[in-house]
Write a new protein. Structure first.
Length: 506
């Protein structure tokens, strides 16, 4: 059955001159957000040594960026539909560059937390605007599929560029340099974007409902925070109370959208099986991959002893596979089918994760590199096609809000995956038996064990490191196995949910 949300057939629109140059500007924004999402992990040890944050403050430094982005994506996507996607992109990009300087020169943990939160506000304006502008730049479905593939490839490349660039900078400069790289990119983006990007907005947007914005922010932040707290500290009453508050706020948000004549987010979008299936596939895919993505750098550095730059290079095959697959995904979906390409991609990721359950401390790089390549290919196929489905399922006037839903699913999946699969890794790791005199901090994290071992006599220090690394690998392989099961189940679900879904040909 054809979705009622599909726009009526229209004559082929005239192709906008300069659209590919405009796409290059959008790619810069995507690269920047992707790099910033991965580069902080490498810088955390150096930042901790300089700012000396408490354990709670360190968690907030790492998490507040994703909390704010997850809470504001829908609101900022809808705001772009109202005031103009070009305007919100350029304002957000300028703010992102300026706030990056504040991050680089933060002198206290409190200042760093505030700077990361502000960076999240700016970041929330960028991703929905880039995808929505693609929807309005490329009216030809085949060209749009290529553009979405390039967009997705840039996001994948950014996840690899982040660790590599970050590793290089950290080996030669101080930790603030990983934020300052944002500034020249943003300058180019803004100057070129002013001249090349077209303005687009919803011609009849209605008011921007502040109550809906607050409910969305409280709901998303509450749920993400509750899941992370429960995974780290168990189901204590603060986590439960925050989770209940988040669920209640999201329930209120949905009810309010259904009652408003012009809602912040049109809930009727979810009546489209293709739209809902694509969003759900994205959420579960990111959830299943999060254990590997989050802990792989620690495995490569703290277990196998690679330097930051070398560890970044080791993760490159995933990005290479994602870039190549993303560029070919649209053509593959038209030749075979949407559900075949998405399901095959997800199954490939699941099988690659299953292969990684056999790794140990001495596993050679060929197995790891090959598995990462397959993960990248599978993810590139799936994410590119689902993004195209989401854009194609809605009128272009609602492209910002629809894109924001897609990005919110990604952020929520990452938060849930890190919390749930991270709790598996942490739970297994904490149970290791160390030699006499092992400090409690060694059981909190592998980094803590490495630091503790360096302060112990050689023999017990080596014993501590051996036990800790063995426990970490056991936890990682178990979490990777759970992720593989999630991906394979998602592949089956996508096969049914995306039945009959097609990408347009003209």
């Amino acid at each position: 059955m054809t979705s009622t949300l599909q726009p009526a057939a229209a004559p082929r629109a005239k192709r906008r001159p300069g659209r590919w140059l405009a796409l290059c500007v959008l790619v810069l924004a995507v690269l920047l957000v992707a790099v910033d999402a991965t580069v902080l992990g490498l810088a955390t040890p150096y930042l901790s040594e300089d700012l000396e944050p408490s354990g709670t403050q360190l968690l907030w430094i790492g998490d507040v960026y994703s909390f704010v982005i997850a809470g504001l994506l829908v609101s900022m996507g809808s705001l772009g539909d109202r005031i103009g996607r070009k305007r919100i992109l350029l304002v957000g990009a300028t703010a992102f560059g300026l706030i990056s300087v504040l991050n680089a020169y933060a002198s206290t943990p409190e200042m760093m937390i505030m700077a990361r939160a502000l960076l999240g506000v700016a970041g929330a304006t960028l991703m929905p605007a880039t995808l929505a502008l693609i929807r309005n730049l490329f009216h030809d479905p085949r060209e749009r599929s290529v553009a979405v593939g390039i967009w997705g490839a840039a996001a994948s490349a950014g996840t690899a560029v982040g660790p590599i660039t970050g590793g290089f900078l950290l080996e030669h400069f101080w930790w603030g340099s990983v934020f300052l790289i944002n500034v020249p990119v943003m300058v180019v983006l803004v100057l070129v974007g002013i001249r090349t990007l077209p303005e687009s907005r919803n011609p009849d947007p209605g008011p921007w409902d502040l109550n809906s914005v607050v409910l969305s922010l409280v709901g998303m932040v509450g749920i993400v925070y509750a899941v992370k707290e429960a995974a780290a500290h168990g189901f204590a009453w603060p986590a439960l109370a925050t989770g209940v508050l988040g669920v209640a706020a999201l329930y209120g948000f949905v009810r309010r959208q259904l009652s408003l004549p012009v809602p912040l987010l049109d809930m009727r979008l979810f009546r489209s099986r293709g739209f809902s299936g694509a969003v759900l596939a994205d959420l579960l895919t990111v959830l299943g991959m999060s254990g590997l993505v989050f802990f792989l750098s620690q495995f490569l550095q703290l277990v196998q002893g690679r330097r930051p730059f070398e560890a970044g290079l080791a993760e490159l095959p995933a990005a290479v596979g994602a870039v190549a697959a993303g560029l070919a995904a649209g053509a593959a979906a038209r030749r075979f089918s949407v559900r075949a390409v998405v399901s095959a991609g997800l199954a490939a990721v699941g099988l690659a994760l299953a292969a990684l359950t056999v790794v140990d401390r001495t596993t050679g790089y060929p197995l790891i590199g090959a598995a990462l390549l397959v993960v990248g290919v599978g993810a590139g196929l799936s994410f590119t096609v689902t993004a195209d489905v989401i854009l194609s399922s809605v009128p272009k006037d609602q492209a910002g809000a629809a894109s924001a839903v897609s990005e919110t699913a990604y952020e929520l999946g990452a938060a849930l995956g890190i919390a749930l699969l991270g709790s598996i890794v942490t739970g297994v790791y904490r149970g290791f038996t160390g030699p006499a005199g092992t400090p409690a901090a060694a059981h909190e994290s592998l980094g803590g064990a490495v630091e503790a071992a360096s302060a112990m006599p050689p023999e017990p220090g080596r014993a501590l490191l051996s036990s800790a690394r063995e426990a970490f690998v056991d936890g990682l392989t178990l979490a990777t196995g759970v992720g593989a099961a999630v991906l394979l189940a998602t592949a089956v679900a996508a096969w049914f949910l995306l039945r009959g879904q097609r990408l347009g040909d003209s």
